[in-house]
Design a protein around this ligand. Structure first.
Ligand code: DGJ
Length: 730
């Protein structure tokens, strides 16, 4: 890994031998984006001047149409007619910024982004480009970090108000990458509640295209991540550019194909409704963006991103460990439970080899429905006569761990907290307080609110002596306004809100380093890299149907590893779709995530309980492989009737293949599935049949998926699945 400055070519080259990123200073002043992609040895000065159409010396902002040039930090109000990365209103009212390079640093490590989650650890080097607006004195630092063990380059921007007066930021994005053509396919993960993160692919066309959110969270509707695929790039081959924002609030991810056919990609805080007052001397840090190029197709990009998440994003002590098999009472009881019911359920679960019992919503205040008590984090003694402490003691006495659901960012209008502090929710003066799920959102920009939340939640976690927390967030934010901010600064609130959430999450998670935290937002409504910095796993979706989950988890895997995806076996008929799928398939699909159950185990038949016992033994045995193996997508549910994926251990000695067939196919021959990621020189034994295959054979000829002996009739049903456990033999 190296970051070098070539004095003659006035260019910076970031490379690790697989990936290169090149920036040139036109006329020694203006940072142009020259290249990002497969590793290069360097770029000659001539190529840079061809790009600018001017020799380096003759380049000047007066004469050069910036509109034609790929830039590292385009700004608004100058001769670039496209939207820029940074927008300001300066003290004199002007929005024009002409940023010039004034210096750079190349240093080991990476800068701390004040209060923001960010990548960390390992052997890293950072290039900082110092830019300055020569008229106003506003300063901008652009950060580019490379890690020795990763193909991901991280970017961020810092704005420093050295103008001497107030400045208002109207746009402060994290990264802009200008591609010189637009012959790419854009891949986004778009969806809705219970349909989170569906893969959407479209060719780039002239104009704007992209995804975003304006409601205070990254959202169910789109992930703050996207990819551009080179023409002909597939799952296995071709160049793929992945972008992911390390941020959980309102965001923008946009590609503009301009009048010359060039594609400008931008990623960062949602500029709609955003303003930020920067007083003299203050600075603003934009969240970090992860840029991941792979020449090995979409699969290669995903594997690089997964490794980066494991090594540089997750911080929890559980980041690289096995996770407990859990059972959550939500779909089993909803709000209708008491201690006896819960303990009976836990006892039964323990007998099946389940490690952790999670008590979901409804244990506090007088919450018998979703219409009250959020904020009143004290035990409902009607349901739990011994309180959380008593229940936790009983669960622990069974030899199980105890987990608890909380929704710290919310307040119910029917709560003691609201009666005492009606001003603590986000609200816009005297306007109506729009409820969703009959709740309001706490104003996390306020220090007093944050302090209350930290103390109330910590007290509950201590009382319950908890081992696991599910941190939920069940509504979007509307009618932005805060009693502690003057109205003209309400444009800051969306960012202040999420910064407040990060502060609270940071304080609570660091107070409980031995607790496993899982984030959740009405299912997978805040599934992003920012959350992963605090909590190493997130509930993927409230849709627990195995067939639907194939699509959701398959698409989520484009950016996130299996270890981040909460996935449970639930009851049939499924509560969201009414669909009946075999237990085996529900388990096979849940094994592609942090495995657990979400049903009343007491209602299962003796055969089902026995099957679950065996499944749990299996998960305990191969969980490292399931969660941390290299992930290969083999068949896409977006393209046909089958979904298949596999994980391969780093030493390639073990692999687990999962194949799910949605609808049964009458009169069909056994399907041939080409595997990936194995060592072609190794032989692998199929643990179920004892048959030994060559790695080369399995990857080039394929594995024949056939009906297991004696199960021929069952195999004719819909939603069947197969798992193939391969172990290398001498
Ligand atoms: C939404 C979550 O996604 C569910 O799993 C459950 O915890 C409910 N909230 C509880 O209100």
């Amino acid at each position: 890994m190296s970051i070098t400055y070539n004095q003659e070519a006035r260019s910076f080259h970031l490379t690790n031998g697989r990936v290169s990123y090149v920036i040139a200073l036109a006329a020694g002043k203006y940072p142009l984006h020259v290249y990002w992609g497969r590793a290069l040895r360097g770029i000659t000065e001539d190529l840079v001047s061809t790009l600018t159409m001017y020799s380096n010396e003759n380049f000047s902002l007066n004469e050069t149409p910036l509109d034609r040039l790929p830039q590292e930090c385009p700004t608004c109000g100058m001769a670039d007619l496209r939207e820029g990365m940074l927008g300001v209103r300066l003290g004199d009212g002007s929005t024009a910024l002409a940023l010039e390079y004034v210096g750079h640093d190349i240093a080991d490590g990476k800068p701390d982004l004040c209060g923001l989650p960010a990548s960390h650890g390992g052997n890293a080097q950072t290039l900082t480009l110092h830019l300055k607006d020569m008229y106003s004195g506003l300063c901008v630092d652009l950060f580019y970090t490379m890690f020795a063990d990763s193909d991901v380059i991280t970017r961020s921007m810092r704005v420093i108000n050295a103008t001497g007066g107030d400045v208002t930021l109207t746009r402060a994005l994290s990264a802009c990458v200008d591609f010189q053509t637009h012959d790419y396919t854009l891949l986004t993960l778009s969806g809705a509640w219970a349909r989170e993160r569906e893969m959407v692919k479209r060719p780039l066309v002239y104009g704007h295209q992209g995804v975003g959110s304006v409601h205070g969270a990254s959202g169910h509707q789109a992930s703050p991540a996207f990819a551009l695929l080179e023409p002909n790039a597939t799952e296995d081959i071709g160049g793929v550019y992945g972008f992911a924002l390390c941020y959980s609030g309102s965001f923008m991810a946009d590609v503009l194909v301009d009048q010359f056919g060039a594609a400008r990609t931008q990623l960062g805080i949602q500029p709609y409704d955003f303003t930020w007052k920067l007083a003299a001397g203050e600075r603003f840090d934009a969240p970090e963006a992860f840029l991941c190029f792979s020449a090995e197709g979409l699969g290669g990009m995903s594997r690089s991103m997964h490794a980066f998440v494991h090594n540089h994003v997750l911080r929890s002590k559980f980041a690289n460990t096995n996770r407990p098999i859990l059972i959550n009472n939500w779909e089993a009881t909803y709000f209708n439970f008491n201690e006896d019911k819960l303990v009976a359920m836990a006892k039964c679960a323990k007998q099946m080899g389940i490690d952790l019992f999670v008590l979901d919503d409804g244990w506090f205040g007088h919450r018998d429905l979703d219409n009250s008590s959020l904020g009143d984090w004290y035990d409902d003694m009607r349901k739990l006569p011994g309180g959380l402490a008593g229940l936790s003691q009983k669960i622990h006495a069974l030899g199980m761990k105890f987990g608890l659901w909380v929704e710290p960012e919310m307040i119910s209008p029917d709560s003691d907290l609201y009666r005492a502090h009606p001003d603590w929710c986000i609200h816009a003066g005297e306007r109506m307080r729009v409820e969703a799920r009959r709740q309001l959102v706490l104003d996390m920009s306020r220090a007093d609110v944050r302090d209350y939340v930290v103390e109330a939640i910590c007290a509950a976690l201590e009382r319950g002596n908890v081992d696991y927390v599910k941190w939920d967030m069940n509504r979007n934010i509307t009618m932005w306004g805060s009693e502690q901010l003057p109205g003209e600064r309400w444009g800051e609130l969306a960012h202040r809100y999420i910064m407040g959430v990060y502060d609270v999450m940071g304080r609570i998670t660091s107070r409980f380093p031995n607790v496993l935290f899982e984030s959740c937002a009405g299912g997978g409504g805040r599934f992003d890299m920012g959350m992963m910095c605090y909590m190493p796993q997130a509930w993927c979706s409230d849709d627990t149907d195995a067939h639907e989950r194939c699509k959701i988890q398959y698409a989520t895997s484009v950016f996130f590893p299996c270890s981040c995806m909460g996935a449970h076996v639930s009851a049939v008929p499924n509560h969201q779709t009414g669909r009946k799928t075999p237990l085996k398939t529900r388990a096979a699909v849940a094994m592609a995530g942090t495995y657990g159950y979400e049903l009343d185990v007491q209602k299962l038949s003796a055969e089902e309980r026995a099957e679950i016992r065996e499944l749990n033994k299996r998960v305990h045995k191969i969980q490292k492989l399931l969660l941390y193996g290299d992930f290969y997508r083999l068949r896409s549910p977006y393209e046909g009737n089958e979904t298949a994926w596999m994980t391969v251990s780093a030493n390639k000695k073990e692999a687990l293949v999962t194949f799910v067939q949605a609808l049964a196919k009458p009169n069909s021959i056994p399907m041939l599935l080409k595997l990936a990621g194995l060592d072609p020189k190794k032989n692998y034994r199929d643990e179920a049949t004892g048959i030994v295959y060559g790695g080369d054979e399995l990857m080039n000829y394929g594995y024949r998926i056939k009906e297991p002996k004696g199960e021929a009739v069952e195999a004719k049903h819909d939603f069947q699945s197969w798992q193939i456990h391969l172990v290398a033999v001498k």
